[in-house]
Structure formats: C-alpha cells, structure tokens
Design a protein around this ligand. Structure first.
Ligand code: ZN
Length: 386
C-alpha cells in the first residue's frame, strides 16, 4: 500500500488492544430485528455477526452507532474442507465499485481474494477482519502449515486468523504441541473454533485438550463456542465469542449426516440452566423436574418467572436465547473483574464447582435411576477424572 502524508496519524488501533478481555456474542443477523441486534451489542462487549447479510448489517450498525461496541463478521467458510492448495474460501461475493486496499499487492488469486474479504469487513466498521479459513481435518498438518504460511503475509494488526479445527486435533498431545508450535509463529490473533457432528465438548478429552491448546498460545481466542469460551478466557484467551443460537456454539463437520435417531424439529428451543451450567432442550429440561415446578430464574430477562416455561416455538426460542445471554453475562463479568492468571482461573473453577454440586443435589433429590450426570466437559473443567 502506498503511504500518504499523515497516514501515521490515522493508524487504526491494534485489534488485540481493542479485543483484549472482551466476551462477544456470536449471532445470526436473521434472528430478531435490527433493534434486537443493536440492544445485544449495547448490553454485551460486542458482536460477531453471521449470515448472508452480516457485512451489510455490520455497516448499518456502525453507521447508526459508530464505535459503541466491537463488531466482527464471521465469514463462516467452514462448510468446505481445506486443502493445502486451497485453505481459504475464495471471495464469492465481491462488492462492486469498491477498490481494494491491496490492489497494488503482488498476490493475486486466493491471496487477493482473502485480502478483499478482510478489506470488505474492515470497510464495514469491523474491529478486525476474520479470514475465511476452511475446515481443517484432524491431523492434516500440511494444511495448518499452508494456513500459517499464507497468514504470515497478512497484516497482523487488523487480521484475525480463523482456525476451524476438527475436535480430533485435541485427541493427542503431539497434535496439540504441533498446533502450538505452528500457530505461535504468527503475531496475529488466532481465533480457534471447534468442529464436530454434535457438541465437540461431549467427546472425551476435548475440553481438556482445548484448554491445553488455549493455554499454550499467545493472542488466541475461542469463537463460535458455548461456555467453553469462558473456560478459554479464564485460561488466558484474549477474547471469546459465545453463540446466541445453538448452531453458532460450534462448527458442524462438513458433510456430516446427523443421526436418524434424533428427530428433527421445526424449532428447537435450548435453555441454559443457571445452576447446572448446561444447555438443555426445553422438553428435556421439563423432564428433569417431572415431579415439580422447577426453579424460578432471576436473570434480567426472566425476572423471577419459571425456568420451565419455554417451549419449542419461535417466540420462546427468541426469549430463551435472551435468557441464555442474560444468564452467562454475570459469569463473564465476574471473570473480567478477576485478575488474569490464578485469580481468574479460581473464579471460573468456583462457578464450575458450584454447578457440579447443583447436579449432585438435583440427582439426590430425584434419586431415580438414569439421572443425568454432570456433563463430561464440566467434570473436565473441575478436574475430575473421566
Ligand atoms: Zn432467565
């Protein structure tokens, strides 16, 4: 890029300074009105927007309320597998009439495409540009090397390298050590997101491996995730982006066919239990309390109304999504108030430990066979053996 007089005065702030210690909401632009999106941005530290009109929405929000909250756009290039030759998804939707900031760059083809995607995000008022990295199959080290090699040529200060990893990467320490060694060569923020057919943290050892990966890296983030974002933040992540909608709490393995045992529903409402620290389908939650009314919820959304009131319909799904955000926000704030390192880890451990106790109390109260155990990841977070 050719420098102009006075450019040094307009240098944008570094992404890692702006995003340090932030817990963002990962959300679809199609869920709710523009007003809902603005309110979510104002209540939380910021938003990572997903969906076909994410760039457009980011631009409108930026124009409407410039600088009120942080914004990122998730290019969601995870539906294809990466290859060493094509680790990134090319820019399919070029905005016409927009000159690239990088048009004098020597890189053409995929390189130019990636820069164009980042450029479009930044011009729409995002805090940084997220790379359109494709899904990285477990153990495919040559792909990670190709991703790192290309990313090393992208400006670090405003680029976030998206790293969509299959959960299988976290199965053995050798692979985790390889990822740390490769990714840590980059000064860029590395935004990890985990892929599986269902919840990656439901698979043995994933929560532990993820924590090891996050703890080993500098300038790392966990995005498109669930409460693992808080675990990552407590263990040194620069920032996290927690999904508002169920599908935005992990990445689906490309081409994965969901089990036929699980009947698809037109609308599935998922509710975060404030004491059990876990998301439940609305009907599963009611089954947990089949002999009683269940607890009242005192989050800012529910204000004392019953936790079991949600059903599988659009209105309840939207209300439950707001309840979910209102439920984890105080935990995020508590961690943000704690000093990084041991105090923050201790604060998170206490939240998790209380949840394990709540699971046990509920189980003793019900005392029926087949009661749900604390979820695997929760046991891993508090350090219980599997
Ligand atoms: Zn609530």
């Amino acid at each position: 890029m050719t420098g102009q007089p006075g450019d040094h005065l307009r240098t944008p702030p570094f992404a890692w300074d702006l995003l340090q210690d932030k817990i963002l909401v990962h959300t679809r632009t199609s869920s709710g009105t523009r007003g809902d999106i603005v309110r979510t941005g104002q209540i939380h530290d910021g938003l990572t927007l997903c969906g076909a009109d994410a760039v457009q929405t980011a631009r409108e929000c930026h124009n409407q309320c410039p600088g009120q909250w942080l914004q990122l756009v998730d290019p969601a290039a995870y539906e294809d597998h990466a290859t060493p030759e094509e680790p990134f998804r090319p820019d399919r939707v070029r905005l016409t009439g927009q000159a690239s900031l990088f048009e004098d760059d020597e890189d053409k083809g995929v390189g130019g495409d990636v820069r164009s995607i980042l450029d479009t995000q930044l011009r729409s008022g995002t805090t940084a540009g997220l790379t359109p990295t494709r899904y990285i199959k477990a153990g495919k080290r040559d792909i990670v090397t190709a991703v790192v090699d290309f990313a090393s040529r992208l400006e670090a200060e405003q680029t976030i390298l998206t790293v969509p990893l299959d959960h299988g990467w976290l199965r053995n320490d050798d692979d985790i050590d390889f990822l740390v060694e490769e990714l840590d060569q980059l000064p860029h923020i590395k935004a990890i997101t985990l892929g599986a057919v269902y919840n990656p943290l439901g698979l043995k050892g994933t929560a532990t491996g993820l924590r090891r990966l996050i703890s080993g890296l500098e300038r790392v983030a966990l995005i498109r995730t669930d409460l693992a974002g808080l675990d990552a933040y407590a263990h040194g992540a620069l920032f996290a982006s927690i999904g508002m909608q169920t599908a935005l709490r992990h990445v689906r393995t490309p081409g994965a066919v969901p089990s036929k045992k699980r009947k698809p529903r037109a609308v599935t409402t998922t509710v975060l239990h404030p004491q059990l620290l876990d998301y439940f389908n609305a009907d599963t939650l009611r089954e947990l309390y089949r002999e009683g009314d269940g607890p009242a919820c005192h989050c800012t959304e529910c204000q004392g109304r019953p936790l079991l009131r949600f059903d599988h319909n659009r209105a309840d799904q939207a209300a439950a999504n707001r309840h979910n955000l209102a439920t984890w926000l105080p935990w995020a704030k508590e961690l943000q108030r704690a000093a990084p390192g041991r105090p923050r880890r201790a604060a998170w451990h206490e939240i998790c430990w209380d949840a394990v106790q709540a699971h046990q109390e509920l189980s003793e109260h019900r005392s029926s066979p087949g009661d749900p155990e604390p979820p695997r990841w929760l046991k891993e977070w508090v350090g219980e053996p599997n």
